[in-house]
Design a protein around this ligand. Structure first.
Ligand code: KG4
Ligand code: ZN
Length: 340
């Protein structure tokens, strides 16, 4: 029997300081996340400089905790996987510097991981039989990508947002209706009390590129609606605005996914990214997949929002493909998917 491959994974691209131990890409032995959400809530969004400082404070603690919970030491590790982009440059640098230092001191191979590749790979953790090819929709605070996963590490981007990411739109609308940061979970919560059909926000269809998305028009429509209500002196029902906006986002996302599934004939679909933790979106995508006879996959919410286990899963397939990085590995804030 071949030897297990144990990876220590590190993720610091935005506002979570995270470390995990993952065995053979799919077995999560520990998944430690130190969230800075409470800290950034004070400012209504992520403050990059504060994020970097907090990562420095927490990084050693989360790694120690990840190894302790996995009941392993650095000597047991076969590789170190670390997110090197895309993300906030100062935040990424903390994880990259830490990974390089451990790699150098302990002579453990280093593997730089693309953050989006991590989100996609989160689907491997709880679905041991999932293998490419499949279609994946990555919806997070910084990205909205419809990706054809052709093989491990091999991606074709079919569509992407032309302006705001889906999560970014959730965050901006939440702020506008007084829900605060982070917007996604708060909009989802109040939507349960609202009517998704109450307000007809526009569903933008981008003519350029079949599967591209646009959310800034929808966000502006919400702002215009709120201004209109204020000018007319009509009461704003926060729950109806939230539910109607959420429904509009879901309609646009499912619309492109249905089209891509029908046109490509792919029979497996996976959701990924922070917005994928939205239960209404998960249910809508699942229903559409059932209707189309497509197998549906989605990670548990803890593997949807930023975490290091997903980075360990992605690092495993890169490691097995022979990828190794040197001590010149640098943070690349705007790293493109599939770029090495
Ligand atoms: O993947 P993630 O943790 O970080 C990035 O890579 O961006 O995603 C964070 C984003 C935020 O915009 C947040 O508002 C959104 O995911 N989000 C949600 C939900 N939970 C998190 N959006 C909608 N519904 C949710 N339940
Ligand atoms: Zn992310």
């Amino acid at each position: 029997m071949s030897k297990d491959v144990r990876i220590l994974a590190i993720e610091t691209s935005c506002d979570e300081t995270a470390a995990a131990v993952v065995v053979n890409g799919r077995e999560v032995r520990s998944n430690i996340i130190s969230s800075q959400i409470a800290l950034h809530t004070l400012y209504g969004g992520v403050v990059p400089e504060i994020a970097s400082r907090k990562h420095i404070e927490k990084i050693n603690q989360v790694i120690t905790e990840a190894l302790r919970e996995a009941d392993m030491t650095l000597d047991d590790m076969d590789a170190i996987g670390v997110t090197y982009g895309p993300g906030l440059v100062g935040a990424l640098l903390v994880g990259v510097a830490e990974a390089k230092a451990i790699s150098f001191a302990r002579k453990i191979p280093l593997v730089g991981v693309h953050h989006i590749e991590g989100h996609i790979s989160a689907n491997y953790i709880e679905n041991k039989d999932l293998e490419p090819p499949f279609l994946c929709l990555v919806v997070s605070g910084g990205h909205t990508h419809l990706v054809k996963v052709e093989d491990y590490g091999k991606y074709e981007i079919l569509g992407r947002t032309m302006d705001d990411a889906a999560g970014e739109a959730f965050d901006k609308v939440a702020r506008a209706i007084g829900l605060g940061y982070p917007g996604g979970p708060k909009i989802e919560k109040v939507s349960h009390e609202g009517n998704p059909q109450a307000i007809a926000f526009p569903r933008a269809h981008v003519s350029e590129g079949n599967y591209n998305f646009s959310f800034s028009g929808m966000k502006s429509a919400v702002l215009n609606y709120l201004n209109g209500c204020r000018m007319k002196g009509t009461t704003i029902c926060q729950a109806d605005v939230a539910a109607s906006f959420q429904q509009a986002v879901i309609d646009v996302l499912t619309g492109n996914v249905i089209l891509a599934l029908q046109e490509s004939g792919i029979k497996k679909f996976a959701l990924a990214g922070g917005v994928a933790s939205n239960q209404t979106l998960r249910n809508a995508m699942k229903d559409e997949c059932t209707r189309l006879g497509v197998e549906f996959f989605c990670p548990s919410p803890v593997f949807c929002t930023d975490n290091a286990a997903m980075i360990g899963a992605a690092a495993y397939y890169d490691f097995m493909a022979g990828r190794r990085d040197g001590y010149d590995l640098n943070a690349v804030p705007n790293l493109k998917l599939g770029e090495r």
